[in-house]
Structures are given as C-alpha cells and as structure tokens.
Design a protein around this ligand. Structure first.
Ligand code: FMN
Ligand code: PLP
Length: 315
C-alpha cells in the first residue's frame, strides 16, 4: 500500500511539475497567434506572412512577467530533481519480482536423478520418532524452507480424499501435532473420520516421510499454552477467520481484525473454543530416500502388537 503513495512512483506529481516547468519556460520566440494577427483587421486568408524581425509584437511579455515565469520554471525543475535524487528505490511487489514464465516448459521432461545418499537398515534407529527427529534436524541444518510444513490428508463424509499443508508444532512418542480451527473443513472431516495421513517433502535432501494413523485432540491446557506462545496478530487471526467458510471479500477479514485489535488492545487474548491441536498417532511411518534409476530406498515402520517392525518396500 505504501508503495502506491511514493512520490517517485506517482505520475500526477510528474505531470504537475512538468506543467509548471513548461508554463514557466521562456517562449518569447513564439509565432504570433492567428487572433493577434487578425485583430489588426486583415482577413486571415489575405494576410501576408509576418516578417518576424520587424513584426509588431503584441504578444511580447513584460520583463517582470518573464522573470517570474523563469523563476517558477527553475523552482519546478529543482523540485523535480530533488524528488528524483532523494527518493529511495521503490520496493517492488512480489508479482513484479517473479521470474518471467517460460511458456516452452515441457512438464513431462522435468525430472531429477537422486544421487545424494542411501538408506540402509543399518542406518536407522529402532524408534521411528527418534529417526524422524534425526531427519528433521538434518532438514533444519540443510536450511530447507519450512521443514515443518507437511501435507495433511483427511477423508470427506463421502469417502473422498482431501489434502492441504499444515505446520508440525510438536512431536514426541505420542505423535505429530498441528494446530487448526476445529470447525474448518479438515476439522469437520477429522470428526467424521478420525484418521489422517501426513507427508513431509524435503526435496533438497531428496527425502520424503509418510505418516499414517488415528487422530486425537490435544488437551485444552496444551492447546492454550501453545496458543499464547503465538504472536498476538496470529492469535487475533484465529478469532477473525471463520476458517473454510465463504467470505464476501478480503475487507471482511481486515475489518474484523481491526475491531479485534481495538477490543484486545490491553487484554490477554483468550484461545477460541473452536481452535486447538490435533495429534496424529502413527500406525505407520515410512522414510524414503531418493536413489538413482528410480530404485529408491523405502524403510517402513509398522506398529505390530505394540512393537515397531521395520520392512523394506519396493520403490
Ligand atoms: C506452509 C503452510 C502452512 C500452513 N499451516 C497451517 C496450519 O498449521 N494450520 C492450519 O489450520 N492451516 C495451515 N495452513 C493453511 C491450510 O493449508 C489450509 O488452507 C487451511 O487450513 C484450510 O484448510 P481446510 O479448508 O481444508 O480445513 C498452512 C498453509 C501453508 C501453505
Ligand atoms: C491458518 C493457520 N493456522 C495455524 C497455523 C499454524 O502455525 P502458527 O501457529 O505458527 O501460526 C498456520 C500456519 O501457517 C496457519 O496458516
């Protein structure tokens, strides 16, 4: 928004200043206007062309007026120059920073051969949560963008799959936790069918982790503690957004947020009753490492009679 108000980017400012400079410029060598010529009683058609050197110069301005115009012109030019020199570069919007799309991309030809590492049975630990934490720390160390972003798949009332990305916020031997609005599409789907699948893609490490299992809600006290650890703006966002509902426009959200900001200016923001954590309690966790020739490594942990069993799956 601020960008639009920037002087350097404002064409009106330029037009005004150029108009000032133009209006003030010395144009004393202008030809006489037709009106001025006709005012001497000669018809336009019959009139001889004026001799500029000797022609009467009714349009000639007084020296005082000329000086004032020149002064205005130099003032306009100086302001224009000052704006250009002093204006910081205009921050570009994301849209104008995006690379120009190459319409020649042949999607079917996009592929990568995975060569970085292998995953042997001897490389992994017996507890899949510990193995996950090890890989997660390696993803963090590799500077992967949002390493805790994971695709969450749920099932609709009609038995159709439905997926979106959420953020992992906690993991321990009980499971994998994310936070959301319980009245959202995913929230309603999980109430109807309390099973979910999670997928992490850590592309720079040529790794994928798949998790499947039952879900449970985290305790109110755990959810409240996490809610209050979030930035105040995110806490208000949870109140402002009726997640997954159709809204008229963006203004609806911004207006709600503004009202909430005023309402909770000097007060603690309570956790909305419909907002909290969901824990996916895994029945299966698969660690996938990309290998050449599409002969990837897949090690799957499965909970069998309370014990984690590890199997290698064909890629
Ligand atoms: C990187 C990323 C992280 C996200 N994290 C969350 C999250 O932790 N919780 C959440 O409710 N939505 C999150 N979202 C938004 C969801 O993808 C989704 O748009 C929203 O939850 C509504 O989904 P639903 O209508 O299927 O319930 C995230 C989106 C992205 C792209
Ligand atoms: C709508 C929504 N809710 C919750 C979250 C969870 O993350 P955080 O608690 O860091 O805001 C996200 C993350 O993107 C989100 O988009």
């Amino acid at each position: 928004m601020d960008n639009d108000l920037h002087l350097l980017g404002n064409p009106t400012v330029y037009c005004c200043l150029v108009a000032i400079v133009w209006a003030g410029a010395d144009r004393s060598r202008e030809v006489p206007s037709l009106d001025a010529h006709n005012s001497e009683g000669t018809s336009f058609v019959d009139a001889p062309l004026p001799d500029y050197a000797d022609a009467p110069r009714p349009w000639k301005r007084s020296k005082q007026r000329d000086k004032t115009r020149q002064w205005i012109a130099s003032l306009g030019a100086s302001i224009l120059l000052l704006i250009i020199v002093l204006s910081p570069p205009i921050p570009q919007s994301l849209n104008s920073q995006l690379p120009t799309p190459n319409s020649m991309t042949k999607i079917a030809d996009l592929r990568k051969n995975y060569t970085q590492a292998g995953l042997l049975e001897s490389d992994v630990v017996a507890n899949p949560f510990e193995q996950f934490k090890l890989w997660f720390e390696q993803a963090v160390a590799a500077d992967i963008l949002e390493p805790n972003a994971m695709t969450l798949a749920t099932v609709t009332a009609e038995g159709k799959p439905s997926a979106r990305v959420v953020l992992l916020k906690a993991v321990d031997d009980r499971g994998f936790v994310f936070y959301t609005n319980y009245n959202s599409q995913k929230g309603v789907e999980l109430q109807n069918c309390p099973y979910a699948a999670l997928v992490f893609l850590w592309g720079d490490l040529e790794r994928q982790v798949r998790i499947e299992g039952r879900v449970e809600l985290v305790s109110e006290s755990e959810a409240t503690e996490y809610f209050h650890s979030r930035p105040a703006s995110s806490q208000l966002g949870a109140w402002a957004s009726e997640q997954s509902a159709i809204i008229h426009d963006r203004f609806v959200l911004e207006q709600r947020l503004q009202q909430l900001e005023t309402e909770y200016q000097n007060r603690e923001i309570p956790k909305p009753p419909y907002w909290g954590g969901v824990r996916v309690i895994p029945q299966e966790i698969e660690f996938w490492q990309g290998r050449p020739s599409r002969l990837h490594d897949r090690l799957r942990y499965q909970l069998v009679a309370g014990k984690w069993q590890i199997d290698r799956l064909a890629p």
